[in-house]
Design a protein around this ligand. Structure first.
Ligand code: DAH
Length: 345
């Protein structure tokens, strides 16, 4: 048996096999077959003890040299296949494909509506004002003509921090702060968070309001109506109608509530024969409270008795629900991006 010839045969046979192999598994199978623990070289070497001792070194040297050449063949074939794979990947890469657009955030509908309303009033000459959310009893109630026994101060409705400090229940205290900070004439619009001990389907413990106040010489109910009608037309569309109903607020006299024709059913009270659920079939929805500033409030801020002014306050979430046709108040607070994403620019 010529072990040296058998060993030498392995090299060209492996070269042939490698030429046909294209996948890493095929390469590995060939490697095990030739160089593995029970591979061809190992099997040939297991015959070594049968040789005369003098003939053994030559066979051993041949085995080493064959192993070395086999390894070189494997490395060379591996490099060729690797290069081919890279070329194929490059061929498939299409640099002209459009990139994936990054996910873009959008403003919250509460923010959008707040900004829109403030823009409308700024266009009419109002300045934007603000005040603290933790307020004193004095600014939130007393100065607004709600003396200590007034039912609006009820613990049931107000989140108290101490006996005299509370989370403001409305943005009306900003009226008082604005009047104390300057002299008439003045016109301010004050957006902000307000807090009430209330939580159910249609009430949240925190929501947003926008307060308005205009004080000057000879300000009348007609100015109030004209200003609020302009606001409604700007935000809800020129076809929207406005009506004022008598109402009561401690800090205004006379007081009114303003309704707008329902923007969901167009004021018809019904859609395709079924009653509109937003205006409950009436064709009108309430949107704000307003009135002529009560003389008691002017007195609390030390304004002269001959000034006059109007004030109004509205809920931002409510305006947003009507404007966008959102049926559920909870949508504003759940931060579901599928909902919020619909208000993007
Ligand atoms: N502060 C009132 C509320 O939270 C809303 C309001 C009504 C504000 C009439 C006003 C106003 O300025 O004149 O319900």
């Amino acid at each position: 048996m010529d072990l040296i010839a058998a060993l030498e045969d392995i090299v060209p046979q492996l070269a042939d096999g490698l030429e046909r192999a294209t996948r890493p598994e095929e390469l590995e199978a060939l490697r095990v077959d030739v160089l593995g623990r029970k591979g061809r070289i190992a099997r040939i070497m297991s015959c070594l003890p049968e040789l005369e001792p003098g003939a053994r070194p030559a066979v051993g040297q041949t085995a080493n040299s064959v192993k070395e050449r086999c390894n070189e063949l494997f490395e060379a074939r591996k490099a060729v296949l690797e290069a081919a794979r890279e070329a194929e990947a490059l061929r498939r890469f299409d640099p002209s494909m459009p990139g994936r657009a990054p996910w873009r955030g959008s403003l919250h509908p509460t923010t959008l509506v707040t900004e829109e309303i403030c823009r409308v009033f700024q266009g009419l000459g109002f300045d934007v004002a603000s005040g603290p959310e933790a307020e004193t009893d004095h600014y939130n109630f007393a100065s607004l003509n709600m003396p200590p026994e007034h039912p609006a101060r009820d613990m049931q409705d107000t989140l108290y921090i101490t006996d005299s400090v509370l989370m403001r229940t409305h943005t009306s205290p900003v009226q008082v702060r604005a009047m104390l900070a300057s002299r008439p004439p003045l016109a301010v619009i004050a957006p902000g968070k307000v807090y009430r001990r209330d939580s159910d389907l249609t009430h949240t413990p925190m929501f947003h309001q926008i307060e308005g106040l205009l004080v000057g010489d000879g300000v009348s109910m007609a100015h109030l109506r004209g200003t609020l009608t302009a606001f409604v037309h700007a935000v809800f569309g020129a076809e929207t109608r406005v009506r004022f109903r008598p109402s009561f607020f401690p800090f205004t006299e006379p007081s009114a509530e303003a309704d707008i024709s329902c923007c969901i059913c167009g004021g018809q009270g019904q859609i395709d024969g079924t009653g509109c659920r937003v205006c409950k079939g009436t064709g009108w929805v309430e949107i704000l409270g307003c009135g002529m500033v009560d003389p008691a409030v002017f007195e609390a801020v030390g304004y002269p008795a001959d000034v006059s002014g109007f004030a109004f306050g509205m809920g931002v979430e409510r305006v947003a629900m009507l404007k966008y046709g959102i049926g559920d108040l909870r949508m504003f607070f759940e931060n579901d991006t599928r909902f919020l994403g619909q208000f993007g620019a």
